[in-house]
Design a protein around this ligand. Structure first.
Ligand code: KG4
Ligand code: ZN
Length: 805
């Protein structure tokens, strides 16, 4: 498509230590490649400070160009590859900016931008970019640069050992002509020097991308409209590999025993009580073959054998594979797999137990396989399906597969195979709980501003809706609340499927997922708010919000920065104030969702996956932390015990369900620090006691009664919680008590506190159960109050993983 009119763009890239910023005008009149006129640049080196400086630097560049963000027609962003956190900050901010200002977002490769940076400086000839990938690796990229522009001499971004890149380039017949650049030369210059490649390296100040480089790379592609649909939901980082955590786990699961590692031998009864998806493991091979035989008896497709599945898992497999299985009640009910050839994932097999079909299991399995493939650089998927298999063809068509050809008699005489291909990401059903990037949201973007009647506008002005984002751990959550505290929307996208396979949250994966789903969750919240308000003119627009709130900390730093960067972009893009919220205060304020008249002073117990504290709330904002845990948090203890039992992640809900039918007095577990006469807690000893008990019973050949074990464990934890809470109430004279954090969802803890403290004349407030585990409603409640007080944050705020109350 040729860009016809002039457009103004803002370009950012934070994939490297260069904070690259440019405001430019593109003029597409008559030419395939729009002309570029730079209006202002803000490039400067800024090590690990991008989240602090980005919006301020953009604001300064816009001002220098005599513009405001509202004058910008599109946002451009560098998609890496580069520093993982750096790429995420740039992309998250850009998504927020584009969503907030309701303009298109387009992404380009940061390597291309680095090559264009060289073009701008007058370099011509063969240019080799070695971008720093840390840990001894670089992203290598070769370009031919001429006056007319920059041409890629490689197919896709990849990551290789710096030494291998040096060796490969040195071995080229044209090695003499190579001009090296890229920030990888800072760290690995010596390697390239030893390979004889540094003589013709470009000047050091050209080794980083610039904002102009981003703009020119985008212009060369034909302008923003030629780079995609412009939908900020669909712009993702350029991935070159799975994270180390995923890679290691893939190897471990592929080779070792059952993935639900059964420490006790008693876990089978529980292994995946509910539907679970996880990578195929060696222990699944027999069951997978049996499923195949059942599914494909009499079909043209030859069922896979157990030996073939094992071969797929072998580290010797020539090309990368991705195989996923679905389990329910310990039974394997579905399998799908593919192999990666160049940039295509060839789907080798999809099978779901006949009784479990039409429940979305095949889609989910394919989603996991195609997601892995995307992470490994695939851009398309392909498969063969029997021409006569109508249900399968319909399923694939719904996922975005189209027919690319027919293989006559492929499955034997008269049985043709239809070849189908699809672009990645696949078209997956959109729901907030699906963490895979999906193309189903494909929509016209930018959306038109919603049409509102004067009454509706007045209503919005009165309601002053505040949108809040929570991304501190493994939930991407967005809520919208009005000035009076009524929730207009409350959405959460959980990553539990992804983390369950590791038995806990993997920070690297958590932050990656936040980037992928954040726009989708915000969109859903904006739609839900319009519905709640009875407004028919379309989803709320960011400009109709009163403010944007976000969790600043504590939590996983890589997860927090995504929410904070996005929120800053959204607020700046929509010209609204930014409000930062302490996650722990959020857990406290969740109580106000149940009891709006809750007033200090009172005692507050916070029990979550990361925290255990007893707090004297003297006034709102005046917190005296009476004591904390010395080691594990309460939720963490639940998770560790569940893991030891092979019950999966998270542990709290499984253990509390088991405890339902158990006897809390069956096993006498220690009540650590019960009589320490202070408010400190310790949980690691209890966890050890439980594990020791399991080992002893197993060694003695006795069956462990899981419900009794769960109930006794809970009782040991909760007795101490009650004792110290009651001591604190007596000591401070407070007559009110409240609870918060994921463990506050536990029905036994709730009941026990209501009973025992109620009997002693204390008013007990509990958050709604769904507001206990991480959610954005509680963050919105804090943000709404800060908004009323005009307590806004500067755009230079950064995530703070170590915040406390
Ligand atoms: O507050 P939260 O969602 O995240 C943090 O801020 O840490 O808490 C998560 C923790 C997990 O450890 C989970 O096992 C625990 O809350 N949890 C429970 C229950 N539901 C969640 N613990 C006990 N009983 C439950 N029903
Ligand atoms: Zn929490």
């Amino acid at each position: 498509m040729v860009m016809s009119k002039r457009m103004r763009v803002a370009a950012i890239d934070t994939s490297t230590d260069m904070l690259a910023i440019c405001v430019a005008e593109l003029d597409g009149a008559g030419a395939a490649v729009p002309a570029v006129r730079v209006l202002a640049s803000g490039d400067h080196l800024c090590r690990r400070h991008a989240n602090v400086e980005l919006i301020g630097s953009l604001d300064a560049a816009l001002a220098a160009a005599g513009l405001a963000l509202g004058d910008i027609d599109a946002v451009l962003v560098g998609r890496g590859p580069g520093s993982f956190t750096g790429v995420r900050i740039g992309i998250s901010t850009a998504k927020g900016l584009a969503r907030g200002a309701m303009v298109p977002l387009a992404g380009v490769s940061t390597l291309d931008a680095t090559a264009w940076r060289a073009w701008c400086a007058g370099a011509r000839g063969l240019v080799a970019v070695a971008a720093d990938a840390m840990r001894g690796e670089v992203y290598p990229a070769l370009y031919r640069i001429e006056d007319a522009g920059v041409t890629r001499l490689f197919e896709r971004e990849q990551v290789v050992k710096a030494a291998d890149a040096a060796a490969a380039w040195a071995a080229r017949p044209d090695a003499e002509e190579l001009q090296l650049t890229g920030d990888g030369l800072v760290r690995y210059g010596k390697l390239f020097h030893e390979a004889g490649l540094m003589e013709h390296a470009l000047e050091r100040d050209l080794w980083w991308p610039t904002g102009e480089g981003i703009v020119r790379a985008a212009a060369a592609a034909g302008g923003p409209a030629a780079l995609g649909d412009g939908d900020p939901a669909l712009v993702l980082p350029i991935y070159t590999r799975l994270s180390d955590a995923e890679e290691n786990e893939r190897k471990r699961l592929g080779l070792a025993e059952s993935p639900s590692a059964q420490a006790t031998g008693v876990a089978d009864e529980l292994a995946g009580r509910h539907l679970q998806y996880r990578p195929l493991g060696a222990a699944d091979a027999e069951a997978a073959a049996a499923l195949e035989a059942a599914c494909f008896a009499g079909a043209a497709h030859t069922p896979w054998t157990a030996a073939q599945f094992l071969e797929e898992l072998s580290p010797a497999a020539a090309v990368p594979r991705s195989w996923w299985v679905a389990h329910d009640d310990g039974e394997l009910i579905g399998i799908a797999g593919g192999m990666i050839v160049d940039c295509d994932v060839q789907i080798l097999d999809v099978a779901v137990a006949p009784a479990r079909r039409r429940a979305g299991i095949a889609r989910r399995l394919l989603a996991h396989v195609s997601y892995d493939a995307q992470m490994l650089g695939c851009t398309t998927a392909s498969l063969e399906v029997e021409a006569g298999n109508e249900p399968a063809r319909r399923l694939y068509a719904a996922l975005g597969f189209t027919e690319a050809g027919v293989r006559r008699n492929y499955y034997g005489p008269g049985a043709d195979a239809v070849v189908m291909t699809a672009p990645l990401p696949l078209v997956l059903p959109v729901d907030a709980a699906s963490p895979e990037p999906t193309a189903a949201v494909r929509r016209a973007w930018p959306q038109p501003a919603p049409a509102r009647t004067p009454d509706e506008q007045a209503e919005l002005a009165r309601r002053r809706p505040v949108l809040a984002i929570e991304s501190s751990c493994d939930e991407t959550a967005v809520a919208i609340i009005d000035a009076e505290g009524r929730l207009l929307a409350n959405k959460v996208s959980t990553q539990i499927d992804f983390h369950a396979r590791f038995g806990g949250v993997v920070p690297e994966i958590a932050s990656r997922k936040h980037v992928e789903v954040i726009v989708g969750v915000v969109d859903e919240a904006l739609e839900e708010a319009a519905t709640t308000l009875g407004m028919t003119g379309g989803a709320l627009a960011p400009a109709e919000l009163a403010a944007v709130g976000v969790t600043q900390g504590p939590g996983l730093v890589g997860a927090l920065v995504v929410g904070v960067a996005f929120a800053k972009g959204l607020a700046y893009g929509a010209a609204k104030p930014l409000i930062t919220v302490n996650h722990l205060e959020g857990h406290l304020f969740a109580n106000l969702l149940a009891q709006p008249d809750l007033k200090p002073p009172f005692i507050f117990t916070l029990v979550s996956g990361g925290h255990t504290m007893l707090v004297h709330v003297r006034a709102w904002g005046d917190y005296e932390v009476l004591g904390e845990t010395l080691d594990d948090a309460v939720g963490e203890a639940f998770d560790k015990v569940a893991k030891a039992l092979g019950l999966g992640y998270p542990g709290g809900p499984v253990i509390s369900r088991l405890a339902e039918e158990g006897d809390p007095q069956a096993i006498a577990f220690p009540r650590a620090m019960m009589h320490s006469h202070d408010y400190r807690f310790s949980l690691s000893g209890l966890k050890t006691a439980v594990v020791t008990y399991i080992e002893q019973e197993t060694a003695a050949g006795r069956t462990i009664h899981l419900p009794d074990l769960a109930a006794s464990f809970e009782a040991a934890v909760f007795d101490v919680q009650f004792k110290k809470a009651w001591d604190a109430l007596k000591q401070t004279g407070a007559r009110e008590y409240c609870l918060g954090g994921g463990v506050a969802a536990n029905p036994h803890l709730r009941q026990m506190l209501v009973d025992k403290l109620g009997r002693r004349g204390v008013r007990v407030t509990l958050p709604p159960r769904d507001a206990c585990t991480d959610n954005a409603a509680m963050i919105a409640e804090v943000a709404r109050r800060k908004f009323a007080e005009g307590d806004f944050s500067d755009f230079s705020v950064d995530a703070d993983p170590n915040m406390t109350l």
